[in-house]
Design a protein around this ligand. Structure first.
Ligand code: PLP
Length: 373
């Protein structure tokens, strides 16, 4: 049975060139980057060359990139340090953020009593900018944390506009760019963003590698104490092969961006067309969504909700639900809860997310699979 992977917002297949790069580093450059001998220096060179490459592709300076294990770690560090070290008293966020942000903010509220405001979400899945402006009018040192591309529905934030508004109100802007890094051009120095985060496994790189962008001039305190690694901000021996794999993955993503974005956009259009042709009452959740994510509300009965993923999985097709499924129970997605009516929330929604490795045949198989349910 051919297996079909249509869950690329969850994670992506590692490119072969990235695997080769990592194997090369593991075999030949096993030195500790902090060692002063040639083995260490060689590992250090890989680390710093990777940092320069990531920075160049992101449009910032190498000193502004701090390597982490993933985006969750980067977001935890930035938000915690913003409260502890930058004396942020209030965080403005939204209820459709990833849990890496939502739970960190909730924890900071509980631990330090900071004020938290949630900006309203429009039916399209994007934020209500007028409401954001109203919230920003209140006094107090504020940080705004909003995601660029929503991982469940693909709603896109106008980061330029939102960042400008934040800065006009003297608020810091942290943007969760996990779903857009490697899939859209960035020039961080031209964007009104103070902090951004990424995970390599979302752009065909390895798991266990990510980075934080911290704009020059902003001083955060260490996340982990110990050695001098990552300018003393994140102590611990660096995972050189992971970092090298991440840099390679980002380089390849941008090298092939134009053609791969076209391929993926075409696949998404084809999928939407075919779904509408075969299931007339299907509805797309969110509007003007990012080119690799399609979230649809299926015109199936409530009883079928729990079985859909299982049935598709039996056919070798991996997609995910708009609803998080925990140990067999169906809990509505916190994102869809913000934009769907009560009765629609009970019906099955499906998140289909594409990569350049997908083909039209994959989509035909998904449609056949759904027809059989
Ligand atoms: N933010 C968004 C939008 C995501 O999609 C994810 C991963 O699903 C994360 C943050 C967290 O990424 P990681 O689990 O790699 O730390």
């Amino acid at each position: 049975m051919k297996k079909i992977y249509l869950d690329n917002a969850a994670t992506t297949q590692v490119r072969q060139e990235v695997i080769n790069e990592m194997i090369g580093v593991l075999q030949n450059d096993f030195g500790n980057p902090s060692s002063t001998h040639s083995f260490g220096r060689s590992a250090k060179t890989i680390l710093e060359t990777s940092r320069k490459s990531v920075a160049k592709l992101m449009g910032c300076n190498a000193q502004e990139i701090i390597f982490t294990a993933n985006a969750t770690e980067a977001t935890n560090w930035i938000l915690k340090s913003a409260v502890n070290d930058l004396k942020v008293e209030r965080i403005i966020t939204s209820k459709v953020e990833h849990h890496a942000t939502l739970y960190t903010v909730k924890n900071l509220q509980k631990q330090f009593g900071i004020e938290v405001d949630y900006v309203n979400i429009l039916p399209s899945g994007t934020i209500d900018i007028t409401h954001l402006v109203t919230l920003l009018a209140k006094s107090g040192k504020t940080l705004v944390t909003l995601m660029h591309v929503n991982n469940e529905i693909g709603a896109v934030l106008d980061i330029e506009k939102v960042g400008r508004i934040c800065h006009q109100h003297d608020a810091l802007f942290h943007c969760d760019t996990v779903q857009s890094v490697g899939k859209k051009e960035f020039n961080l120095h031209e964007l009104p963003i103070d902090f951004a985060v990424a995970s390599a496994h979302k752009f065909h790189g390895p798991k266990g590698a990510g980075f934080a962008y911290v704009k020059k001039g902003i001083v955060l305190q260490p996340f982990l104490y110990g050695g001098e690694q990552e300018k003393g901000l994140r102590a611990g021996t660096e995972a050189v092969h992971q970092v090298a794999g991440m840099a390679k993955a980002l380089e390849l993503s941008y090298e092939h961006l134009v053609e791969e974005r076209q391929t993926i956009s075409d696949l998404k259009s084809y999928c939407e067309e075919q779904l509408k042709l075969n299931f007339q009452e299907i509805k797309v959740n969110g509007s003007d969504t990012f080119y690799n994510i399609l979230n649809v509300l299926l015109p199936f009965s409530e009883e079928k909700t729990a079985m859909i993923l299982f049935n598709l999985d039996m056919k070798g097709i991996a997609v995910s639900r708009g609803s998080a499924c925990q140990s067999g129970s169906v809990k509505p997605s916190h994102v869809l809860s913000e934009i769907l009516a009560e009765e629609d929330l009970k019906k099955p929604s499906l998140r289909i997310s594409f990569s350049h490795y997908n083909t039209k045949e994959d989509i035909d198989a998904l449609i056949d699979g759904l027809k059989g349910i």
